[in-house]
Design a protein around this ligand. Structure first.
Ligand code: ZN
Length: 89
């Protein structure tokens, strides 16, 4: 029984932790989740069958264009969250 998942989620998850501290952004769960959700809403979905998902994700990781798109979406998400944080003070 095939199961599908969006590998873009994995790529964004891998990227977000690497850039949060470089952008002087809050790293609490609320802010991180908001940034990931924002980025995913602005990126194309890339569904694969899970058995081969890891191989596909490596192919996508090698794609410079995807990487640039992911970084741009995450950076936009960070800027939005920095202006309108939803975490408890
Ligand atoms: Zn926060």
């Amino acid at each position: 029984m095939p199961v599908y998942r969006n590998v873009m989620e994995s790529l964004v998850e891998e990227r977000v932790d690497k850039i949060l501290h470089t952008l002087d952004c809050c790293q609490c769960d609320q802010c991180r989740n908001d940034i990931v959700a924002y980025a995913l809403n602005h990126l194309p979905t890339k569904y694969v069958v899970t058995q081969q998902g890891e191989a596909y994700s490596k192919i996508y990781m090698l794609s410079v264009q995807h990487d640039a798109d992911i970084l741009a979406a995450l950076t936009a998400g960070v800027n939005l969250v920095k202006e309108h944080p939803r975490h408890a003070k």
